[in-house]
Every structure is written in C-alpha cells, then in structure tokens.
Design a protein around this ligand. Structure first.
Ligand SMILES: [Zn+2]
Length: 269
C-alpha cells in the first residue's frame, strides 16, 4: 500500500522523499483535521527538505485550512529538523517534549489533551526509542500515531541511555490502550499504516522478550561478560555491528537484573 496520501478520516500522510535503512520509505508527516474545520495539526514536519515542507503547507492551504500547531513525536532530525522552516512557512508554533526543540510552543505531557478546532488528540508518553518519544491517540478515529516507537515495518532502535526498560513499559502500555479502546490502526513515523495493532504490539513485545530470554539463557549457561553473551547470542553477525550488539546486550543485562531475572551484579555493565 502506498503510504503517501493514505490515512483515516482525520489523518492523512504526506510522505517525505528521504528513504533509507533507518527511515524505510521516508518520514511520514501526518496532517490532522476535524472534517469541516479549518484548524490543522501537523505531526512531525520531517527533515529540512524545503520541497516536502512546502508541499505539506500547500496541501493544507488547498483544503482551505490553516496549520495551527506542529507537534514532534521525538527530537530525531528526520522528524524535527524541518520544524523551523515549517513554522516560518505556516506561522504555527512547534510543541515538543524537549524544550530545545520547541518554537514558540509548549511541552507535551502524558495524558494532556490537545484540542484544535474540534480535533482532539491525547498525548501518551512512550519513552524508549528516545527518552522524549511520545505517541498521540486520536479517539475520534480510534487510531494512535506512534512516531518511531512502533514502525510500519521492521523493529525500532532503542537509544543507548538505558531505554530498554522504558521501551518495554511503553509497548505494554500501548498494548493496554489498544485492548481497552479497541484501537483500529497505528499510524507510524515510517512505513505503512498497521491495521492490526494488537498483533503488531504483541509481535514487538515477543521479539524483545525472545532476545531477553536468549541473553538470560546465555547467563544461565555461564557467560559473564557482555562480549561472551554477544559471541553466543549473535554468533553470525557482521563484525562491523559488534559494538551495536554489545551495547544492546548491556542494556538487556541491565534490564534483566532490574527485573530480577539474573543476579543483580551481572547487570552492573
Ligand atoms: Zn524517524
């Protein structure tokens, strides 16, 4: 399915042409509007690609609408770098968790309800991919915009600042939200819309839990250092990604020790 132009009644995607290994087809810029209203909210303007940003602004203008606010799902440049130019184009403030990324805008706090011209969005703090990652629940369409917390394809990279524990909590939290509200789709920061949110979140959780089990088993089998665990769990990986594997094993050991699955001293890595 083509992501550009797709969406729901209130949300539509403008795809930025910045494809890559970390961005899949590119960054999804989400344009949100209550039908019949003028005020628009844009989630993640994208990188500093003037043609893309102008296209987003033009799309809104052609609908006879006006951007009232831009929101950032997190600070990574492929979502935030274009915010300044976009704000100049549209006059809209930029709201972000990280104060350094706000442009005449406010913070985004967990549980906060943002109302723009009849459109209602709820901020759901979902740290892990980065410490400042948030998702946005759009109750009227019963969908969640997940930024890079859940992608349309593949898995998410977790920041090195001990984000695994926060990330697992965020995944469980999103899954609870999906179950209690029977959420019908996830609108990700990259990749196609996910129309089976429960299956997607369960897959994400199981993928992480499976890796954690392998690391716990390696400890059980006698491995003591992150490199020993890497050698066993990631036996066939390319040497160039060894440092990344070691850093993720460190995070997994810390998290397992924190959960009490392995002795506390093995989490001191
Ligand atoms: Zn991204």
């Amino acid at each position: 399915m083509r992501i550009d132009g797709s969406g729901t009644l209130r949300a539509s995607c403008v795809l930025c042409p910045n494809p890559g290994p970390m961005t899949l087809d590119g960054t999804n810029t989400w344009v949100l509007r209550e039908p019949g209203s003028r005020g628009v909210v844009v989630v993640d303007p994208g990188p500093h690609d003037e043609r893309h940003l102008e296209r987003v602004a033009r799309t809104v203008q052609e609908q006879g609408a006006q951007v009232v606010a831009a929101l950032l799902s997190h600070h990574h440049f492929d979502h935030s770098e274009g915010a300044r130019y976009f704000s100049e184009l549209t006059g809209a403030p930029v709201h972000a968790v990280d104060p350094g990324y706000r442009i005449s805008g406010d913070g985004l706090t967990d549980g906060e309800v943002i109302t723009v011209d009849g459109l209602e969005l709820r901020v759901v703090a979902t740290p892990g991919h980065t410490a400042d990652s948030v998702s946005f629940y759009l109750p009227a369409d019963n969908v969640i915009l997940t930024g890079d917390t859940v992608l349309g394809a593949g898995t998410t990279v977790i920041a090195d600042d001990g984000g695994l524990s926060a990330y697992m909590d965020s995944l469980y939290r999103l899954r609870d939200l999906v179950v209690t509200h029977e959420v019908r789709a996830l609108l990700p920061g990259h990749g196609p819309i996910c129309t089976d949110p429960l299956a997607k979140l369960t897959e994400y959780i199981e993928h992480r839990e499976e890796r954690l089990r392998q690391v716990a088993d390696a400890v059980q089998a006698g491995d003591r250092t992150p490199m020993e665990v890497v050698a066993r769990v990631y036996a066939d990986i390319d040497p160039s990604v060894l440092p990344a594997a070691e850093s993720s094993v460190r995070a997994q050991l810390r998290y397992l020790a924190e959960r009490g699955d392995i002795p506390a001293e093995l989490g001191q890595v």
